[in-house]
Design a protein. Sequence first.
Length: 164
Amino acid sequence: MRRLKPKYSGPRHPWEKNRIEEEAKLKEKYAFKNKKELWKMKSILTNLRKQARSLIARKDTKQGKLEIKQLLDKCYRLGLLPKNSKLDDVLGLNIVDILERRLQTIVFKKNLSKTIKHARQLIVHGKVYVGDKKIVSPSKLVDINEEKEVRVIGNDRGKEKGKE
């Protein structure tokens, strides 16, 4: 049987006061179930930055230019960077940029829920749809094209919210 690799790595040192306090603030603000969710988002950010650093070294090659374009398009599609951004802008991303693109945060920011924790509950209970798909993962990163299609069904006595 094949073993799956973890999609994140935890902190290098378990008892750093500054990191623990920062993670606690982010956990409270974005209503994570546990810190593992935060570590997964940090891993996504780390991978984007690592890819950008490796592409800076080979930006003059044909393949390098193609991969730079693909990375910048991916960051634009995820709503992390504007359309005409440069490779250095990818290195300037921080964890808050990634956390703002989570489905749970977007449901709350669009006023489809009362609180961020309520948004999480709606998603987990299968009340949130992106387009025609029911999404039950609060940590899904939402594309800018999909953001308009986020809606809540079955909330507030069966009324549908989010259709503009």
